[in-house]
Design a binder for this molecule. Structure first.
Ligand code: ATP
Ligand code: ZN
Length: 308
């Protein structure tokens, strides 16, 4: 057990060291927070173009949000109850000029200056679909809605694994509508996602998955989610062959968000939803692991598929 753990940690550290040496990742001093060079970014953008292209065939609405969510909308979800350890809250100095010298004194004396900060109106977004739901309150059109979202999200999960980041880009397609529309979307994208990833030489496998709900109550929720086959991930070896990584997920939420945000389908029932999410940094890392650190030397078919 301990040996397996050591092997995996060694694989994570070896892979990050190679990516840094190749110039692809730029360390920042914080675990799981990197900068990326132009080669890495080009791979992200070209892969993302394949995803956008596949989605565009379905004529989605395109929406882009910043990685911020109002505190009020955050609290309409159950993220605080189910993923408290992953949350990111934005704080600032909310005091008066008279209180500033005390903040400066604490900072200079290396005391707990952050204790003097207060919560702003915003939280960091944990998934790119979160800012959509509050805008969808009300009744959906008969055909439901399909939305293309992309952006950075935050999850407080520092790790030695370069594929487990604290801030990363997700490209999602979200379906709001009837249970059938949502479930069809989940299944369509599981297949389509597999096709897109196979087309760039990633031999992904679909597996039943669960969200990483917190604590003992969370284990029960995770078991229920798995039993009901609500969420699937496409996994492929990235840093470690022993422990493949999820590069995309397709998840049927049932009426979870419809209920929280008072979204109804045109028949008056609480709307159901599903989303597929492509983890763009993870996919780029999987490509570098599989094909090497120099895209010009990748297999012809992969370069052609990605217009590299
Ligand atoms: P994992 O089981 O690996 O923690 P997850 O279940 O938390 O993944 P989702 O919430 O389904 O993942 O997020 C959608 C996609 O975002 C994942 O399939 C993955 O590609 C990517 N992703 C999730 N967490 C991270 C992370 N910490 N760093 C980079 N990419 C991530
Ligand atoms: Zn996760």
């Amino acid at each position: 057990m301990c040996g397996a753990h050591d092997n995996i940690t060694a694989a994570y550290e070896g892979f990050s060291a190679e990516l840094i040496a190749a110039g692809l990742l730029i360390p920042t001093g914080a675990a799981s927070v990197y900068g990326y060079n132009g080669v890495f970014e080009d791979v992200i953008e070209r892969f993302d173009a394949l995803v956008s292209h596949a989605g565009a065939a379905l004529k989605p609405e395109v929406m882009r949000f910043t990685p911020l969510l109002t505190r009020e909308n955050y609290l309409r979800t159950d993220h605080l109850e189910t993923f408290p350890n992953l949350m990111g809250s934005v704080h600032s100095f909310l005091g008066t000029e008279k209180e500033l010298p005390e903040l400066i004194r604490k900072r200079q004396q290396r005391e707990g200056w952050a204790d003097d900060l207060g919560p702003t109106a915003v939280m960091l977004t944990p998934a790119v679909c979160y800012p959509l739901y509050p805008t969808a309150t009300g009744t959906l059109p008969p055909q439901g809605r399909l939305v293309d979202l992309r952006g950075f999200v935050f999850r407080h999960e520092p790790s030695a694994d370069p594929a487990r980041l604290q801030m990363f880009r997700m490209h999602e397609f979200v379906r709001l509508g009837t249970p059938d529309q949502a479930l069809d979307h989940r299944n369509y994208w599981l297949k389509k996602g597999e096709e897109i990833l196979q087309s760039v030489g990633l031999d992904v496998k679909p597996v039943v998955a669960n969200d990483p709900f917190f604590g003992r109550g969370g284990r029960v929720m995770a078991a229920t989610q798995r039993e009901q086959h609500l969420k699937y991930e496409l996994i492929v070896p990235v840093a470690s062959a022993e422990k493949p990584t999820a590069v995309a997920s397709s998840n049927y939420h049932m009426d979870h968000f419809g209920h929280s945000f008072d979204i109804k389908s045109s028949d008056g029932e609480v709307a159901h939803s599903a989303c597929v999410g492509f983890g763009l940094e993870r996919i780029a890392l999987a490509l570098f692991k599989t094909h090497g650190y120099v895209p010009a030397q990748w297999p012809h078919s992969v370069r052609q598929a990605m217009s590299l």
